[in-house]
Design a protein around this ligand. Structure first.
Ligand SMILES: Nc1ncnc2c1ncn2[C@@H]1O[C@H](COP(=O)(O)OP(=O)(O)OP(=O)(O)O)[C@@H](O)[C@H]1O
Ligand SMILES: [Mg+2]
Length: 322
């Protein structure tokens, strides 16, 4: 693997995810990566390609987000001379360019129905035809796709073809949001400090680290990365609490919980019982984080007996190791 590639993973769930990926990496099964914005779908796609037996072959990526159907079609499958009035020359599509390697299609949920049909045909026949072309070209490509949206729901709504969904969802991996793997925050901070500032020896104060760990990270790893990059411009040797933006400094557990539950509510994906469970889960988790893992203090704070508190930790499978 090339030196420039680092995938940080201290969290047990993420490590398990990686070991599951390692197990299937040399199969040619299509992989679907799901997860919120900024969780690392693209870096995981790259990990899959780079550790597979296709590592020395091409790896091409394309975001399908908001792309008009005609442009997308020619990007993916190429076109022959004269295919459109604007097509002066011929053009290889990304499937052809990726031949023998892997192709990563981000935001697959956004692909127009017309292209879904074409994509399905390509995946089934393993051959393509350029737009305006007559020749069929065999292709051998490993497909990796990513989506922030639950594709199953789009299938139910009739916006996404179910046969295509089953084709791309052979091996699904869901990458958890950063707030569900807070033990990754410290190693990520250390890594991003080195990444952006290899010259200086920068440390982080305990208080600042705690604020980073308690924050809810709606933008996940990308948000953390951007904050570190910006903070490094303004500090000398240590990242202190006062160097952090207000939203991270002042995030208190109740703000955090309200934000999380508001998302559940607005998404409309959860019913009343599920939202109440989410609220309870978050309350217990936040109390524990606030008391730095001390279960007796966290239980007291919530007015619960220690045994009830522990039952809830177990019920929600909350990580008690800080
Ligand atoms: N585990 C990790 N170790 C190191 N860097 C990471 C890790 N996860 C994410 N990053 C970095 O965080 C940034 C965001 O990750 P990435 O672009 O892969 O997220 P994404 O899920 O594809 O986001 P989006 O849904 O917005 O496209 C990238 O710069 C990526 O390199
Ligand atoms: Mg991405």
């Amino acid at each position: 693997m090339s030196k420039s590639f680092t995938l940080i993973a201290r969290n047990a769930k993420v490590r398990e995810l990686i070991s599951n990926i390692d197990r299937i990496v040399d199969s040619n099964g299509s992989v679907l990566l799901t997860g919120e914005t900024g969780v690392g779908k693209e870096i995981f796609a790259e990990y899959i390609h780079r550790t597979s037996n296709r590592a020395n072959k091409p790896f091409v990526k394309l975001s399908l987000s908001a792309m008009p159907a005609e442009l997308l079609e020619s990007e993916l499958f190429g076109h022959d001379k004269g295919a459109y009035t604007s097509a002066v020359g011929e053009k290889k599509g990304l499937f052809e360019i990726a031949d023998t390697g892997s192709i990563f299609l981000d935001d697959i949920d956004d692909v127009p129905l017309k292209i879904q049909t074409k994509l399905l045909r390509v995946l089934e026949s393993r051959e393509i035809q350029r737009v305006g072309g007559t020749k069929t070209i065999n292709i051998d490509v490993r497909l990796i796709t990513a989506s922030k949206i639950n594709l199953k729901e789009l299938v139910e709504k009739g916006i996404f073809r179910s046969d295509l969904f089953y084709r791309i969802n052979v091996v699904p991996f869901d990458i958890p949001p950063l707030r569900e793997r807070r033990d990754d925050i410290e190693p990520l901070i250390e890594y991003f400090i080195k990444h952006f500032d290899s010259q200086r020896e920068i440390s982080i104060s305990g208080e600042a680290l705690k604020a980073f760990i308690n924050y809810s990270w709606p933008g996940n790893v990308r948000e953390l990365k951007n904050h570190i990059q910006r903070i490094l411009l303004f500090i000398n040797e240590e990242i202190k609490l006062s160097d952090l933006p207000a939203e991270i400094r002042s995030e208190n557990p109740i703000d955090y919980i309200m934000k999380a539950c508001n998302n559940c509510y607005l998404d409309g994906e959860m019913n009343f019982d599920q939202i109440i469970k989410c609220l309870e889960h978050n309350l217990v988790e936040q109390a524990l984080a606030k008391e730095e893992g001390n279960q007796s203090r966290a239980a007291k704070k919530l007015g619960l007996s220690l045994s009830t508190f522990r039952d809830k930790l177990k019920k929600y499978n909350i990580n008690t190791h800080k």
